[in-house]
Design a protein around this ligand. Structure first.
Ligand code: GLC
Length: 533
């Protein structure tokens, strides 16, 4: 394959492709109720096509009481009326596929809503056949909770059920009881759910909190975290040694992979917040686990070139043989990248994401530089913030409506948006940025397109280049053809010797084709891709 031929020609779509996460409540409202919906997404497919992404992952759209905005599911095989109907979903799959866009659904197998019929049955009596579908335990002799395990959303992870005098376990809200994945019937039921959606044409799943699925069968107390940092969420006071990432989880992941492999060309992505050495275990033995255990390292890394260089090196070194890497820059649980690293560095971050080795996942709105929006106390929607207020855990700020246009409500809704819009939307919106050849959106479009047609960026090796601390530089080489990527993480100019070449893209979008004599000069906050001669 020559460097100019299409990288996708011989590759698997999820390796060469860019994934775009849609938070459906906030993407596009088509019916004026202030909440996004499937018809809204259908209407925006041309935008996604122009952006050049290859797949969309849609956060949960299933019937739900919305205690955790869809991550509390009361029916796995239908669509919540807020988002539309199964017919709308089929129309979305058809329209997306017609444009070459894949659809990835969010699978939330760790817990259901407390309104799910399975849980209603389970809690109805100790003798109910579904009792063992959830995790029920007797109180300790003094009546207290069975273990010290903590909910990620505050307080004990055990809720007492007066009627049957037992506790049930919930890793998140008490309205999200955990399923018992040691029960084979539970496994079969969820695998059937997966088949249901794959038969409908879904191209894969992003599996919610996959590392949580199995808990200790001896129900041992979690140890105290000696490294707890004051001001962090209270659940971090314990190490989740016995409540998550148990060895048996790998068997479940392998089974899920087998279900996915019953269908052609599907992808299994796992949400895994663990240190790199544990994260890579989710590729599975002989790589029979998740195709892509999400790599969230960039979401919390200090934004300095040496730190980023170090984490890339550690990740690359930890990958098992044959594992395909991936990188994520933002999601619906974490502060927006443009706010975290600043507007100027958000462009550098874009170039980093799309030039690293591995699949890139992009969060809606990051391509237009959307900021983390401050939410007034009386406008808070997120239960995490409501349960654990005042320490900055709220996730509403990264879930605000997509800024489409300068018109009312940024073109998101004709009604009242469920979360406030950033007041910058009249300038910073997709319509305005699309016609500005120097905008961050134009940068994303160019980077995604370059990646798509450049084998070095998809399949090339990753070779770090030594630099001074301000700059992160690396080469991507395939078949003796090399690109050099140099990213200035500071606002001061910097230069480095790279060898002769030609600029393909600068983050400022004003140096295309410039000759590089050997010494590459970077402006402050500038990233550059050079084709080396
Ligand atoms: C995952 C989701 C998050 C949700 C939690 C519980 O971390 O990304 O939004 O609140 O799981 O389902």
């Amino acid at each position: 394959m020559t460097s100019s031929s299409k990288a996708t020609a011989a590759s698997i779509w999820w390796q060469a492709g860019t994934i775009y996460q849609i938070y459906p409540r906030s993407f596009q409202d088509a019916n004026g109720d202030g909440v996004g919906d499937l018809k809204g997404i259908i209407g925006r497919l041309p935008y996604l096509h122009q952006l050049g992404v290859d797949a969309i992952w849609i956060s949960p759209i299933f019937p739900s009481p919305m205690a955790d905005f869809g991550y509390d599911i009361s029916d796995y095989i239908d669509i919540d009326p807020l988002f539309g109907t199964l017919a709308d979903f089929d129309a979305l799959v058809e329209a997306a596929h017609a444009q070459g866009l894949r659809i990835i659904l969010d699978l939330v197998p760790n817990h259901t809503s407390d309104a799910h019929p399975w849980f209603l049955e389970s809690r109805s009596s100790r003798e109910n056949p579904k009792r063992d579908w959830y995790i029920w335990r007797d109180p300790k002799p003094d009546g207290s909770a069975p273990t010290n395990w903590l909910s990620e959303f505050g307080g004990s992870a055990w809720a007492y059920d007066e009627a049957t005098e037992q506790y049930y376990y919930h890793a998140f809200l008490d309205r999200q009881p955990d399923l018992n994945w040691r029960n084979p019937d539970v496994r079969d039921a969820i695998y059937e759910v997966m088949r249901f959606w794959m038969r409908r044409g879904v191209d894969g799943f992003r599996v919610d909190v996959i590392w949580h699925l199995i808990k200790d069968d001896q129900y041992r107390d979690n140890p105290v975290n000696p490294n707890y940092v004051a001001g962090r969420p209270p659940h971090e006071t314990l190490i989740t040694l016995y409540s998550a990432d148990r060895p048996e989880t790998q068997d479940v992941v392998a089974e899920m992979r087998q279900v996915v492999d019953e269908f052609e060309d599907r992808v299994l992505i796992g949400e895994v917040y663990l240190p790199i050495d544990r994260l890579v275990a989710y590729y599975g033995e002989d790589l029979g686990g998740a195709h892509l255990p999400f790599n969230f390292a960039l979401l919390s890394a200090p934004w300095h070139a040496p730190d980023i260089a170090d984490l890339i090196a550690r990740y690359e070194a930890a990958l098992p043989l044959g594992a395909w890497p991936n990188w994520v820059l933002g999601n619906h649980d974490r502060p927006r990248v443009a706010t975290r690293v600043g507007e100027a560095q958000a462009r550098v971050a874009a170039m980093l994401l799309l030039t690293l080795r591995g699949t890139s996942t992009l969060y809606y709105g990051d391509e237009i530089g959307m900021r983390h929006v401050p939410i007034a106390p009386d406008q808070v929607q997120d239960s995490f913030e409501k349960n654990v207020p005042g320490i900055g855990v709220g996730r509403d700020g990264c879930r605000t409506p997509m800024q489409w246009a300068a018109s009312a409500n940024a073109g998101f809704t004709s009604g009242v948006p469920w979360l406030p819009l950033d007041d910058d939307f009249r300038e910073n919106n997709a319509a305005a940025l699309a016609v500005d050849p120097r905008s961050i959106l134009s940068l994303y479009v160019k980077l995604i397109a370059l990646r798509k047609r450049t084998t070095e960026l998809v399949f090339g090796s990753y070779d770090p280049v030594e630099t001074q601390d301000a700059v992160l530089a690396y080469r991507r080489t395939y078949d003796d053809q090399s690109l050099l990527i140099a990213l200035n993480f500071t606002s001061e100019p910097a230069s480095l010797h790279v060898g002769a070449g030609e600029v393909l893209i600068s983050t400022e979008l004003d140096r295309d084709g410039e000759n590089v004599p050997g010494l590459l000069e970077l402006r402050g906050n500038e990233g550059v891709i050079v084709r080396l001669r």
